[in-house]
Ligand binder design. Structure first.
Ligand code: T6T
Length: 323
């Protein structure tokens, strides 16, 4: 809706029926971390399911890479079009605060999905990025702890491992690494976590980094790929070095390619997020705000672990990300 129409509609609604907005007028834009990632494509599937149920429109506008410098102009263009709400996976905890403030100051409801800005605790009066109404996401610290437990069990509780990660400043992947390291430090004293390798969301770089780590640490026992591209690259690196079966790969995220790597034995386990659930509840939360309901400032979604025991189970298929 154009902003002049929005203010007219707002005035009319305020005059008659309080803060609620007519359902068919509601427009929401989902801005993913990047458009070509199966995780966000699946999130959009859930968002569209909610939009259909509610009879509203949700569109999907994003950049081709996970990068705040590329996400900001996409966001500015979305703000200029004036949707009622923006659901966004901000690509940096600090760099996306000011761009999102522009949306909030334009009267657009801001909700973050998957990732957060600032400390991720919204509407508590603290911090520069307190204005989003809600945050819908996986428990990423908890997921990192799960990955550590699967890793430690697979390697017999001892040996060297490392985290293949994207770059510092992304809430999700920072928290997964934090959870992984905390779980190892607290419960697996004989596991040594080597320096994290940052791959800029580039699976090829993640694969070559495995070779470099292996050259320095020939007894390396495992790699935790902290997101889809990190895990894909870790698996390719292990396979290319002829270490499949000797080096355990634990993956975060579950596109078909990772599931295939579980079937072949290259990857031990994947912590599948529920991105469709994030999209569905993100749209529901935005709708609730726009129709005058209160919403939780944080909504946690689930995980499903996929490994050799259940990879062929038909019930698992719905947790494989759409491509
Ligand atoms: O792991 C997801 C997402 O949760 C993270 O914020 C960024 O990477 C992914 O999109 C997977 O590529």
């Amino acid at each position: 809706m154009h902003s002049f129409m929005k203010s007219a509609a707002f005035a009319a609604v305020m005059a008659t029926a309080g803060a609620a907005q007519a359902q068919e007028d509601i427009s929401i834009t989902l801005v993913p971390g990047l458009t070509t990632d199966a995780f966000y494509i699946t999130m959009n599937r859930g968002a569209q399911a909610a939009a259909e149920a509610l009879g509203i429109t949700v569109d999907f506008q994003g950049a081709e890479e996970f990068d705040p410098v590329l996400q900001t102009p996409v966001l500015d263009a979305v703000i200029a079009r004036g949707p009622d709400a923006i659901l966004i996976a901000p690509t940096d905890t600090t760099q996306m605060i000011e761009p999102l403030r522009r949306a909030s100051e334009a009267g657009i409801t801001v909700i973050t999905v998957d990732t957060f800005i600032d400390d991720g605790r919204y509407q508590d009066g603290a911090g520069d990025g307190d204005f989003p109404k809600s945050y819908i996401a996986s428990d990423n610290v908890g997921g990192g702890r799960m990955a550590a437990r699967f890793m430690a069990d697979a390697i017999g509780g001892e040996g060297q491992v490392y985290v293949s990660n994207v770059r510092p400043g992304i809430s999700t992947t920072d928290q997964r690494e934090e959870g992984f390291k905390a779980e190892m430090a607290e419960n697996y004293p004989n596991v040594e976590v080597l320096d994290t390798q940052f791959n800029e969301n580039d699976a090829s770089l993640a694969a070559s980094q495995f070779n470099a780590v292996l050259a320095r640490n020939p007894d390396i026992k495992g790699v935790f790929g902290a997101n889809l591209f990190s895990a894909l690259g870790a698996g390719n690196g292990v396979e290319g070095a002829g270490k499949a079966g000797d080096v355990t790969v634990i993956a975060f995220d579950a596109p078909q390619s990772i599931v295939d790597n579980i079937s072949s034995g290259l990857v031990d386990a994947a912590i599948a997020q529920h991105p469709a659930e994030i999209g569905y509840f993100g749209v529901m939360a935005a709708y609730a705000v726009l129709t005058g309901q209160s919403v939780p400032t944080s909504i946690g979604t689930g995980f499903t672990v996929i490994n050799a025991d259940n990879v062929d189970d038909p019930d698992i298929a719905k947790f494989i990300y759409s491509e």
